[in-house]
Ligand binder design. Structure first.
Ligand code: AP5
Length: 208
């Protein structure tokens, strides 16, 4: 089994691209952010622990994340590999991942910090299917989401104050991972400050 990692700052477009690449590769998307939000909503012990970190824009402790991934990876849909979205985010998470599955490609979507704030503050999604939209850059069609059950949802942590902390966590704790993966020869840099379709094309080319 061989897996893909989507890497990049908050709001870089990891979720947007994961949705498209999953259609082509057939690999299921595993988003630790989505898993944590589901745990918070369900009121599980993991959710209770994660909530304050997420609200503050800080990373949830490694051991919590690694346990979540170890459990998720045992599900049948993960047997031929997966696409990680937002994981790993620290070197200890990457070291743990290396013991769980082989990673064939790390796709780094690069977007300057000044673009991130406008992306995150304008983001919304469909509560029914999870498709991600943006007030300016990627609005939902006038007839509603393609799933037919359009219901707008905005994330609690998508505000200017939290974005600053999330960017700080990214630069201090996550970006060192780039060198870790580059030294393994599987790191692909993609300019994420372009049209969504152009980025998808470059990612698919890197995967081929
Ligand atoms: P998580 O849910 O992973 O959030 P994130 O990394 O901050 O990433 P986002 O989901 O915000 O952004 P994205 O890159 O997917 O961008 P999107 O496609 O939506 O994590 C949330 C929290 O959970 C963390 O802060 C942390 O507390 C915790 N957590 C999660 N994983 C963890 C881990 N491994 N370890 C520890 N803690 C963890 O796009 C953003 C917007 O831009 C959208 O509106 C979209 O329509 C728009 N857009 C996308 N592409 C483009 C483009 N090319 N041009 C213009 N607009 C675009």
């Amino acid at each position: 089994m061989s897996s893909i990692v989507l890497f990049g700052p908050p709001g870089a477009g990891k979720g947007t691209q994961a949705e498209r690449i999953t259609d082509t590769t057939g690999l299921p998307q595993i988003s630790t952010g989505d898993m944590l939000r589901a745990a918070v909503k369900a009121g599980t012990e993991t959710g209770k622990l994660a909530k304050s970190f997420m609200e503050a824009g800080q990373l949830v402790p490694d051991e919590v994340i690694i346990d979540l991934i170890k459990e998720r990876i045992t599900l049948p849909d993960a047997k031929d590999g997966v696409m990680f979205d937002g994981f790993p985010r620290t070197v200890p998470q990457a070291e743990a991942l290396a013991t769980i599955t082989e990673v064939s490609h790390v796709i780094a979507i690069e977007v300057p910090d000044e673009r991130i704030v406008e992306r995150i503050c304008g983001r919304y999604s469909c509560a029914a299917c999870g498709s991600v939209y943006h007030d300016t850059f990627n609005p939902v069609p006038s007839e509603g989401c393609a799933c037919g059950q359009w219901q707008e949802k905005r994330r609690a942590d998508d505000n200017e104050a939290t974005v600053t902390s999330r960017l700080q966590a990214y630069h201090e704790q996550t970006s060192p991972l780039a060198a870790w993966y580059r030294s393994r020869g599987i790191f692909h840099q993609i300019d994420g400050d372009r049209e969504i379709d152009a980025i998808t094309a470059d990612i698919l080319a890197a995967l081929n």
